[in-house]
Design a binder for this molecule. Structure first.
Ligand code: ADP
Ligand code: MG
Length: 576
């Protein structure tokens, strides 16, 4: 008369619960150690992929960006204390960028709190600063409900990180009954219709303005609104300006994209429709002199703090909703409205001002890109290298995810590389996090296996997480890593002849500029240590040859190209 119940170990129960929700989870990343190692084994037993990293910092960066790419949280699994604290870097990064992720960390046994236990830290308290919500699992039977709520919290509203803490005594629970049915997370976002008067007044404002502009950012990418956006831009003929990671929402080479005239467009626009981009430091807080002082903002954001009670600007119209939903309704109503002003001529006057600006800026960029390297011994510039990578077809605008970080490496890369699809540019983001590149590339290759991943970093940026190339090798991820090596942070010294490098004493090294790193480091040897191909390149002919080999599948991936570029704009003054 009694129904038989299955009992399993706590570690297996945790894995089973994750497996049960796997359709709402991107991937599981982590670094094992006491007491979480058996959870990773149990996950494998459940058929769940577990990707092991080298440092929790990179692992958490990978988790954060996996959420952006897949619209599902990934799990970043760490040990207690230092493991959890290292992962906070990625948690903060996820919070700042608005990306879903779950940090799942062990903690010391509840009975040991305050005794100085192994890897004891105030984890829960720390997590609350940068997480949407933090959970402490007191009894393992709570875990299914907590995981469900954590997954849902991470994706609903503005996405972000959620923390789940598993005390050691809970992980070590024995004989756990499996509840049937197990709770399953629902990550589909309910699309509430927007009241028609709000749509109507948006259209009226846009149609009555002379110089409207659309800004599209990461929120628009997250909303996966590219089809509706493309339709809206071509029917309204309103110029489109992407944020750095909004690139590709409308193809960069489309006639409607005004990136080349960014400053001019921002300064002269009279009405700006903001789709999923915060008016933070990246847009000078929405204020002059970047914007005209009487510009009107229409803000569409899933987050009420952005759309309604914005800290930086007062929107003329603020709509708290999903961007795809908004554009759907906007597209349906746009042509129903009268065009007593200028909508029929497609803002021709505005375009006649933007077009020459775009042309002249594009011409300037082209000059920098097309500069020949006269002697193979001449230092290469960023522009020359990027141009060669494009000409050698390393970037395929249709199917490449481009990870790009560093200072100049990132800023110049943003201008030189074009994208035809959204969510294909991954950079230091809202927080300006340096060191994300290798972790991002690994996550991109795992989450988007049909894409090519090219990761271009400065030598300093690469140094933050260089060891993670071993992870790329271990999982056979076909990533092309490229280090633009200028001997330093921003820039380095130009020559070994420099007495500061020449004298091999510590005091000489201490008088080096704080921006300089070691001269002419052979970063390609780092990946060679793992049996992968590495190349040291200092001229365009060799770069072209290696890129040709890569694109014709003659080079095993992952590989690393260490490209020597001009360390400084001008020879640094040597102080004797
Ligand atoms: P960017 O760095 O590209 O300018 P931000 O990260 O500053 O972009 O801004 C993204 C904004 O998009 C956030 O304010 C976030 O709340 C919002 N957002 C995220 N998802 C959606 C969505 N589905 N619909 C509307 N807004 C969204
Ligand atoms: Mg550098």
């Amino acid at each position: 008369t009694t129904t038989s119940t299955t009992t399993i170990l706590g570690t297996e129960f945790i894995a089973r619960t994750i497996a049960n929700n796997i359709n709402s989870i991107s991937k599981v990343f982590g670094i094992v150690g006491v007491p979480i190692t058996p959870i990773a084994y149990a996950l494998q037993k459940e058929g769940i992929e577990f990707y092991g990293f080298r440092n929790e910092q990179s692992c958490s960066y990978a988790s954060s960006v996996a959420g952006y790419l897949s619209a599902k949280p990934s799990i970043c699994m760490t040990v207690s204390g230092p493991g959890m604290v290292h992962a906070l870097a990625g948690v903060l990064n996820a919070m700042s960028n608005g990306w879903p992720m779950i940090l799942l960390s062990s903690s010391i046994s509840t009975n040991d709190i305050g005794k100085g236990a192994f890897q004891e830290a105030e984890q829960l308290k720390l997590s609350t600063c940068y997480c949407k919500k933090s959970f402490n699992v007191i009894d393992i039977n709570q875990f299914p409900d907590i995981l469900k709520e954590a997954i849902e919290t991470s994706v609903h509203g503005r996405p972000g990180p959620v923390y789940i803490q598993l005390p050691t005594n809970v992980i070590h629970s024995k004989s756990v009954e499996i509840p049937t049915p197990m709770p399953m997370a629902n990550i589909s976002v309910a699309k509430e219709p927007i009241e028609q008067p709000l749509i109507d007044s948006t259209i009226q404002l846009l149609k009555s303005s002379k110089k409207p502009l659309i800004i599209g950012g990461k929120g628009a990418s997250l909303a996966r609104c590219e089809d509706q956006l493309g339709q809206f831009v071509s029917q309204s003929k309103i110029p489109f300006l992407p944020s750095p990671m909004g690139k590709g929402l409308i193809a960069d080479d489309s006639e409607y994209v005004v990136s080349a005239a960014r400053s001019f467009a921002l300064k002269n626009a009279d009405t700006i429709l903001v789709l999923g981009a915060r008016m933070n430091w990246m847009f000078n807080f929405g204020s002059s002199p970047t914007f005209s002082s009487n510009v009107k903002f229409i803000i569409i954001d899933i987050d009420a703090n952005e759309s309604k009670s914005n800290v930086n600007i007062v929107p003329t119209i603020g709509i708290q909703n999903d961007i795809n939903q908004f554009l759907l309704q906007l597209n349906q109503s746009w042509s129903n409205h009268n065009n007593n002003n200028n909508n029929n001529n497609g803002y021709q006057e505005w375009w006649s001002q933007l077009k020459p600006e775009i042309e002249s800026k594009s011409k300037l960029l082209l000059q920098l890109l097309k500069q020949p390297q006269i002697n193979t011994t001449d230092y290469l510039t960023y522009h020359q290298v990027y141009n060669q990578l494009v000409c050698s077809k390393l970037f395929d605008a249709e199917q490449t995810i481009f990870v790009n970080e560093g200072a100049n490496t990132m800023d110049i890369g943003r201008l030189c590389i074009t994208h035809n699809r959204p969510r294909c540019r991954l950079d230091a983001g809202t927080l300006g996090t340096m060191g994300v590149g290798v972790g991002y590339a690994i996550a991109a290759a795992i989450v988007c296996p049909q894409q090519k991943v090219v990761c271009v970093q400065g030598d300093s940026a690469f140094g933050f997480s260089a060891m993670e190339v071993e992870v790329a090798k271990r999982y056979h991820l076909p990533i092309v890593f490229i280090v633009l090596n200028n001997n330093g942070i921003y820039e380095g010294l130009e020559s070994m002849e420099d007495p500061k490098y020449h004298e091999s004493t510590r005091s000489a090294a201490l008088s080096l500029p704080p921006t300089s790193l070691s001269f002419d480091t052979h970063y390609e040897k780092i990946i060679e240590a793992f049996g992968c191909p590495g190349f040291y390149l200092d001229n365009l002919v060799d770069i072209d040859r290696i890129c040709q080999q890569i694109t014709s599948n003659q080079v095993e991936l992952p590989c690393l190209l260490n490209i020597k570029i001009k360390p400084t704009g001008s020879k640094p003054k040597i102080v004797h």
